[in-house]
Design a protein around this ligand. Sequence first.
Ligand code: 5AD
Ligand code: SF4
Length: 440
Amino acid sequence: MTIPKTFHIKSFGCQMNVYDGARMAELLESEGMAAAQSGEADLVVLNTCHIRERAAEKVYSDIGRLKRDDGSRPMIAVAGCVAQAEGAEIPRRAPSVDIVVGPQAYHRLPELIAEAGGGGRGLDMALAAETKFGALPPRRRQGPSAFLTVQEGCDKFCTYCVVPYTRGAEISRGWSAIVDEAKALIDMGAREITLLGQNVNAWRGEDPAGRAQGLDGLIRALDVLPGLERIRYTTSHPADMTDGLIEAHRDVAKLMPFLHLPVQSGNDRILKAMNRSHSNASYRAIIDRARDARPDIAISGDFIVGFPGESDAEFEDTLKIIEAVNYAQAYSFKYSPRPGTPAAAMDEQVAPTLMDERLQRLQALIERQQYAFNQASVGLRTQILIERQGRKPGQKLGKSPWLQSVHVTTEAPIGAIVDIEIASAGPHSLGGAELIQAAA
Ligand code: 5AD
Ligand code: SF4
């Protein structure tokens, strides 16, 4: 197989995979390769997700589809969490796979490509993240809203979750590496930075003066960077929601009023069986503190229905906590047994039809709350960050501080922050009218 000149990266799953996909693209470009459409690329990277369902099965069917009409195929790399979890099993089942590279080893892609080009197979499932970041080329232009991974891995071991196995132990990137990357992103036009981590609020580090810092310290350091207008972070764990981070929502104007804080279930017995280290009451207390600090903060969550043994009454507790918290948006999933996790071996797996029913009820409730949240925004004067062109001529799509998508007709370029009045609300987006400032 010849060394590829063009590549295509397909990322599945979470925002951290989107970030990894962007960094892989930068790496391959720095090696002289050019991005191409999937049908035309010499190298296709499937950057996979293992969190739910038969993600691995999907990877195998995607691999099959990469064969071209003339019977040839591109060089194929499987990256991401399925690569980490399945490793050498992947080429055993799908011999056309040339490269398997885990989420902490993709800085070695050029060497693995050379090995595959030489007729070998490139495999790397090492789990040492700090090496990776140090070995990657500088950031390239990413658009007005950029992701920045500051923390990886997870030590929480929720009993349903594969992440501690696929992404490894919690590690925090160093302070100056993060601040330097933020500055580079801002120089290239980023006006919003979303700090990413599987447990982003577990980030711990030292500032240049040697003082111990948490995520709030990092947010305050980014706050003073000229050119940066908005800061976000995701995903957080309730156990790491410190007073300092909550106070940052009160004090740091650039920190957007949005908190994605998964609760998973509203029932204490299920939360315990999930090994969630928080209760219904302790979660609600955090939400109350966040709202005291920043009354307009929008709350987002993750929910799992049908965890093993979940009774009707226990599921009702999840609906009750949703009613009580009142979410601006949320993600919800049917429990999916993941190989190797404790919950997969538990008795009393819930019947799929019952899970479907519960998911529908939960999603209908979230949908109502999200629509109500959007409707309550009508008439507000606020700002949006223009992220891209809309579908209609002259129309642009921006994001409100509360992460709502807003359509607006404006001459303002992508990357501009525009004063608007929210004019209309749908269940999933808003319409806005630009407020033109009178010339002074
Ligand atoms: N089944 C269903 N949902 C899951 N999640 C994680 N693992 C599983 C699983 N095995 C959900 C959780 C988590 C989100 C990223 O994915 O809600 O917060
Ligand atoms: Fe998975 Fe729990 Fe860690 Fe989140 S906190 S990544 S759900 S183990």
